[in-house]
Structures are given as C-alpha cells and as structure tokens.
Design a protein around this ligand. Structure first.
Ligand code: FDP
Length: 279
C-alpha cells in the first residue's frame, strides 16, 4: 500500500503544478458521462495513469475520464478507481477542486475497498487518506506532512444539498428544509471534494446528492466518488447511505454506475433514514 500512497502523492504534486500553469480551456471531447472534458481533466488523468503504471501491486485502474477499466498486469492485487479532477466545472471560477481515489482489492466492489483518499486543491493542498484511520496531510515545501486524525462528531451543523432543487422530490425538500429549521447553515460550493472536506473538518453535517426527476440514479459515480467518500465517512465515525442502504453494501454494474448518496455524521444520517424509509 505504501507504493500506492507514494504514487498518489507524486500525482497530486504534478496535478497541483498543472492546475497552476496549464491551459484550462475546454477540449473537443466528452467523457463517459457525456460531460465536456477540460484539457486539464485529460492532463490529470494521464499524470495518474503514468504514476500508477510504475506500481507493481496495481492490477487495474478505472478513471472517470476513461470509458473502460485498464489492466496493467495480472499480477497485482489492487484495483484503483479515480476521478482525476472532480468539480472541474469550478476550474474557470477558481474554486477548489479535488482528486479522488478508491483502492479495492481483487475487484471493483464496495465490499473489497481497503483504502481511499482524496486531495483538495484549494488555497492550500490537503490530502485525506483512510485505511483503518482517517488522516489529514498538508502539502508544505513539496512534501505532504501528517497533520492529524479526523473524527466526526455525533451531530454537526452544516447542510450541503446537491442537485437541482426544481428536480428534488417533495419529501427530499422537506428533509433539507427541516435541517435549516433546526439551525443548520448552508455550505455548498458545487464541488464534491471541498464540500465533503468542509463537513469532515468542521466535525459534521450532511452532504446529499439525491435521486432527482432528471437523474433518478443520482449523478455521482459509485467507484470513484461515492464509495471512496462512504469509506472515509464511515472510518471517521459517520455514515453514508443511498437513502435506505449503507452505500458500501451496494453492487456496481459498470465502471460509471451512479447512486444517490448521503454522507454525514450519525445524527443527520438517522434523520435521512427516517424520512426515506417509506419511499
Ligand atoms: P462537476 O460536475 O463540476 O465535476 O461529479 C462531479 C461534480 O462536479 C461534483 O464535484 C459535484 O458535487 C457535482 O458534480 C455537482 O453537480 P451539479 O452539476 O448537479 O451541481
């Protein structure tokens, strides 16, 4: 696992340089989810592929920017799914973006996830790596320095409601409003990585990206967005569900499969379960 951790760190430093110096214009191509790719999406994908290709323990990779999984060799144990530049619609307005990695053993199945990691490229570059514990690192003088362990409180006070409100189900709107009535504050940038990072570091709250009338299976992708954050939130003492089920028990039918998702501390997730149980 150490060689994977090192390859992720090397990739993150190269991606930070690319964000700082490369063209952020749109390319001519779309990714597998039908979104127009930035040149930067493609560059970041190539950086990670190249770094992972040198790691003998990595068998197969899957990327948000690639249609299919790519097998490097049959000998390695690890399957890594990654989103090289999540939140890329925020690049042109200079808000924080991130990279997300789900590390699976022997196959891309949630039950086989053994570690996960994300990097936030904001005013500072921070990395969160979860194996048994959830650990925060900060990039300083070109090296990632360990800062602290991360633990969620039982209850938080931040609410990050994703998706287009017009397309929410009425019961979802009722749930979101009920948190605001309880005093929760809106904290939502539109980037999954910084939005979930904020809730983790402030001790708790709720991030939701529900099933909507235009996206009945949600928008966020299981292998490289939903499962990695579900793993991190669970290890930090919170929970992650699709409304009814623990996200880490869900099957995945193809590389770009999506799911509605809710991440939070225990209190908020219990509230979601109560609201969603008869739906
Ligand atoms: P983006 O499209 O900018 O890459 O999955 C990608 C993501 O951003 C998440 O980071 C973010 O939480 C979500 O999509 C935002 O979705 P909306 O377009 O529905 O706002």
């Amino acid at each position: 696992m150490n060689d994977i951790f090192n390859a992720i760190q090397k990739s993150a430093k190269r991606i930070k340089d690319a964000i700082d110096t490369k063209d952020v214009g749109y390319s001519e191509s779309e990714n597998s989810s039908g979104e127009i790719q930035l040149q930067l999406d493609i560059t970041c994908d190539m950086i990670i592929e190249e770094e992972f290709s040198h790691v003998p323990s990595i068998n197969t990779i899957a990327s948000e920017e690639k249609k299919d999984a790519l097998c490097f060799r049959d000998s390695g144990d690890y399957f890594i799914a990654y989103d090289p530049l999540d939140g890329s619609s925020l690049v042109d307005v200079n808000l924080s973006v991130g990279s997300i990695f789900g590390i699976y053993k022997n196959s891309f199945e949630a039950k086989n996830m053994v570690a996960s990691c994300y990097i936030v490229y904001g005013p500072r570059v921070e990395m969160v790596f979860a194996c048994n514990k959830v650990k925060l690192y900060l990039l300083q003088n070109h090296e990632f320095e360990y800062i602290k362990e991360i633990h969620l409180n039982e209850k938080g006070n931040l609410n990050a409601p994703g998706g287009t409100q017009q397309n929410w189900q009425p019961y979802h709107k009722k749930l979101v409003d009920s948190f605001f009535k309880e005093g929760y504050r809106l904290r939502y940038s539109g980037g999954m990585v910084p939005d979930l990072h904020q809730i983790l570091l402030k001790g708790g709250g709720l991030f939701s990206y529900p099933a909507t009338s235009d996206k009945p299976n949600g928008k966020l992708r299981k292998l490289f967005e939903v499962f990695p954050f579900a793993f991190i939130y669970s290890k930090a003492g919170g929970s992650a569900i699709d409304g009814k089920n623990n996200l880490l028990t869900l099957a995945c039918s193809h590389v770009h499969d999506t799911s509605p998702c809710f991440f939070g501390s225990k209190y908020e997730i219990t509230r979601v379960l109560d609201e969603y149980k008869n739906r």
